[in-house]
Design a protein around this ligand. Structure first.
Ligand SMILES: C[S@@+](CC[C@H](N)C(=O)[O-])C[C@H]1O[C@@H](n2cnc3c(N)ncnc32)[C@H](O)[C@@H]1O
Length: 305
């Protein structure tokens, strides 16, 4: 019977040869799944024997991974902001970069809920997560606010143009016990008519340039292209969302929009063209990379058209 260390080495060699960018991590996660334990157990017990049915399951998963399928789709979930979110080809796999958007969103909401006493019966803060995909941003924010006992003070809407993605988002919201607080709606960016504007608009919309799509790792080809392709300059959908902000955001409202690391100048230029009376400031991540554009009306800026 092979042991953990031997199978792991075989897996790493196989995945490296197949072109995985993270062969060791992938093999550790897949072996842990095949044995039915946490990855830390695999790391802690290299000498442990592995039975033949677990070995067969590991080899079957290695076949899938070697063909390019993302580990998150094989495992059926992805860790995001401390949550295990269901992941499958109906939606993009949540990326670690997007945790920065959730952090900023949580800070923003907290600041709005605590900066002045909120009279009883104040209507909840209205938040929308545009292009919610599998619901990562909306759900992680809801869970974070529930921990702070503030979930009842907000209403969260997640929109997406993909009904498949929305079905996964709904499952994730149920799985994390926030389905009563996060609503999902099929929409092209935002509802066609916005009767009451939002206080906070969040979005991680597709921002990969169309000509860069073929150069993405093969794993991305298993994800919906609708979730990645951001048009010729990568900013087409974000630009369309900027166009809608004057009607979608309250005066004093804030939009937080995830961007690519090379799009700080592009978004600043786009915002200056589309929303000349507004301000756009780019927030970085821990590595100092541009990550989220904060877009707000300037004090005294022109009212919505
Ligand atoms: C980069 S993915 C992000 C998914 C999720 N927010 C996350 O961070 O994991 C972008 C999402 O935008 C959605 N999308 C693309 N075009 C859209 C549109 N016109 N209106 C609404 N959603 C759109 C895609 O279906 C996809 O789910």
């Amino acid at each position: 019977m092979a042991n953990v260390a031997q199978l792991l080495q075989q897996g790493v060699d196989r995945l490296r040869a197949a072109g995985s960018e993270t062969p060791r991590l992938d093999a550790e996660l897949l072996l842990a799944r095949a044995i039915g334990v946490d990855r830390t157990v695999v790391l802690a017990h290299p000498e442990a024997p592995v039975n033949t049915s677990s070995e067969a399951a590991f080899n079957a998963d290695l076949d899938r991974r070697a063909a390019g399928e993302p580990v998150a789709y094989i495992r059926g979930f992805k860790e995001f902001f401390g949550l295990a979110l269901a992941a499958d080809p109906r939606a993009l796999i949540p990326r670690p970069e997007t945790e920065r958007l959730v952090e900023l969103a949580e800070q923003e909401v907290l600041q709005r809920l605590t900066r002045a006493p909120r009279p009883v019966r104040t209507s909840p803060l209205r938040i929308v997560d545009v292009g919610t995909g599998g619901g990562a941003v909306a759900i992680a924010l809801a869970v974070a606010l529930r921990r702070r006992r503030m979930l009842d003070e907000v209403s969260i809407l997640g929109t997406d143009i993909s009904p498949d993605a929305l079905a996964l988002a709904q499952e994730n919201a149920v799985g994390h016990g926030v389905a009563d607080h996060v609503r999902f709606l099929e929409a092209d960016l935002l509802p066609p008519v916005i009767a009451t504007p939002f206080d906070v608009v969040l979005a991680n919309l597709p921002y990969v340039r169309t000509d860069a799509m073929p150069g993405l790792p093969i794993a991305a080809s298993f994800e919906p292209s609708l979730a990645l392709d951001g048009g010729p300059l990568g900013l087409s959908l974000i630009g369309s969302l900027l166009d809608r902000l004057p009607e979608a955001l309250t005066h004093g409202g804030t939009a937080l929009l995830e961007i690519g690391g090379d799009q700080a100048e592009g978004i600043a230029q786009l915002a200056a063209e589309r929303l000349p009376d507004w301000q756009c400031q780019v927030e970085t991540d821990l590595a100092g990379q541009p990550r989220v554009a904060r877009v707000e009306r300037r004090e005294g800026g022109r009212a919505a058209a």
